[in-house]
Design a protein around this ligand. Sequence first.
Ligand code: FAS
Ligand code: PHB
Length: 390
Amino acid sequence: MRTQVAIIGAGPAGLLLGHILHRAGIGFEILEQRSSEHVLGRIRAGVLEQGSVDILRELGLDEDLDAHGLTHHGIYLQFEGERHHIDFPDLVDRTVTVYGQQALVRHLLRQHESLGSDIRFEAQDVTPHAIDTSSPYVTARYDGEEVRIDCDVVVGTDGYHGVCRPAIPGVRALERSYPYAWLGILADVTPSTDDLIYALHPDGFAMHSMRSLEVSRLYLQVDPDESIDDWSDARIWEALQTRLGTDGWTLHEGTITEKSITPMRSFVASTLQHGRLFLAGDAGHIVPPTGAKGLNSAIADVTLLGRGLAALYRGDESPLSDYSRAALARQWKVQQFSQWMTEMLHVHREVADEASRAFRYRSQVGQLQYTTGSRNAQAALAEQYAGLPF
Ligand code: FAS
Ligand code: PHB
């Protein structure tokens, strides 16, 4: 079999790249190791930057987004019992949209089905070959048979644990881990807030997000080695009430329908391309979710990569040869913002000495007081949270 672009991984990055290539009249095949049910079942990101929304609109993929997305005009930063609103339209004339990654993946898949796209789920042992030549190919076991797909380009949108990054000779992972994790829940209850609340509390970080006007999404900082079995629904709600509570405000509780613990880490690959192999999304970088940048970075990568591939087939190789440099330049700005938000809003229990830990906490309160008290600082946060240009 032959195609122009072989895409490995049918998460949001791979599925969106497929639509971008279709729009440019470029042939592609997507090979995904898991079932479509598994891919659709993942509950992950929840916020789209303005730029991500614009791309979906440009591609005509905004129908479900318009029906179910919630436009948000900012976020709240909460500390010392006070909640401060950061007004994005007033500061940077941009908004963000709450639209779950699950809903996006479902819509992208549905649109691929209507296009008759070639997506092979439950493909095993997917392996890129000859990436250093002008005739790369991918092998896999599909439907009980060995298949080979010859192509011009291979794109690894196969996530952090994928096979494509390791195929790049000498690739390095620049990384750091954080000494805490997020316990996330979905609850059948109307959100108790209009915009997202990010709260620093002596007991730990907490956040109130949402998926719709009927489903709330909330997070708690926990230690990285904690087990979800140690967190009853009652204990979760008690901690959320403590950490998010402010005078005159009520956090409404409801049935928890999903709960899980996600570790916090950052990593960036030393390059996102080698020969005819390109990486995009979590295959190339991971950020802590505090800045709502994981999914948006994947969208930014495939937008840039899609433009480079379209130029390649018009006979101009220069945008594609610059892809890794340009995508990594944007990603490092995203990394520093995510790191700043994460370190400002989490309690650093890893600091052993009580006096140093107290100093660290008061310093973070000082950061939050400066940020919420300075229009310039708020504009810098709003510009980055609502999204840097692609
Ligand atoms: P994905 O990991 O989503 O998709 C990769 C795909 O490749 C998967 O379908 C996988 O099955 C497939 N694959 C892997 N190896 C393969 C192989 N060898 N052959 C074929 N297919 C293969 N981001 C936020 O912004 N906010 C959040 O709150 C947030 N929460 C998260 C919670 C969790 C538990 C995780 C893991 C991530 C979270 N993220 C969050 C980040 C997340 O949204 C990612 O940024 C986003 O899924 C990136 O999309 P992809 O790059 O497509 O990678
Ligand atoms: C979410 O709704 O899942 C969400 C929102 C903002 C974040 C992280 C997660 O920073």
